[in-house]
Design a protein around this ligand. Structure first.
Ligand SMILES: Cc1cc2nc3c(=O)[nH]c(=O)nc-3n(C[C@H](O)[C@H](O)[C@H](O)COP(=O)(O)O)c2cc1C
Length: 204
């Protein structure tokens, strides 16, 4: 497991940064990265210091206009129970499976809700703000893998129900970019079919 102390501290604005350096380890991680199904994610999850570091890294995503058009809502410990109960209560009889709804977030020790706060802006299109939130999701799950944790990016029904979003404290204009489930895999993953880049690439 990589510890927060092993990761460079946050640079300050205008600090000189190292030139781009080749990283075979990063390429190997991307070449074989794989999500872990939520049901196969168990304790331990990242502790507070590890999570703080992961969120700091996720917040370094490309972000047109330096808006930071996302925020993180961490569900851990009893917070996972309270969040599930709040959503189940908000959905009431409309919840397809109330018991699952209450236990939804207990599938992993830590669930980070990545919330897009995209809003109209005079210069930065909302589309670009939303994309930045998606990038934050990928950065978070990838950084977690690099730290030694299993993870997956899910949306599922709460993402698309305004009552569920309100129950988690989202404002009307906010959207859930993803719930990032984090912990330790109980079984190694296997590869899935992948879209072939070449068949989706054209040259102008
Ligand atoms: C925005 C977004 C939402 C997703 N939501 C779900 C989901 O709700 N349920 C699910 O099974 N997979 C979902 N996925 C897919 C998984 O995150 C994952 O990509 C997939 O299981 C394949 O694993 P891989 O990451 O190893 O490619 C979502 C992916 C994205 C990008």
């Amino acid at each position: 497991m990589i510890q927060p102390a092993d990761i460079p501290a946050a640079p300050q604005e205008n600090d000189a940064l190292p030139a781009v350096q080749p990283s075979a380890e990063t390429l190997a991680l991307l070449a074989r990265r794989r999500s872990t199904k939520a049901l196969l994610i168990a304790e331990p999850g990242p502790d507070r210091a590890q999570l703080d570091t992961l969120l700091r890294l996720a917040a370094r995503v490309p972000d047109h206009g330096k808006l930071g058009p996302w925020r993180f809502l961490v569900l851990e410990g009893d917070g996972r129970v309270r969040a599930g109960a709040a959503i189940a209560d908000a959905l009431g009889a409309d919840a397809p499976d109330p018991a699952f709804e209450r236990a939804r977030f207990l599938r992993a020790p830590v669930v980070v809700t990545v919330i897009s706060t995209a809003a109209p802006h005079p210069k930065i299109p909302e589309w670009e703000q939303v994309l930045s939130a998606g990038a934050a999701c990928f950065a978070l799950v990838t950084a977690a893998h690099a730290m030694g944790f299993a993870g997956c990016w899910l949306t599922e029904t709460p993402t698309y129900d305004a009552r569920a979003r309100a129950a988690l404290g989202l404002a009307d204009h906010e959207r859930i970019a993803g719930f990032i489930y984090l912990g330790t895999a109980t079984a190694p993953p296997t590869e899935r079919a992948r879209p072939e880049a070449a068949s989706r690439t054209s040259w102008f």
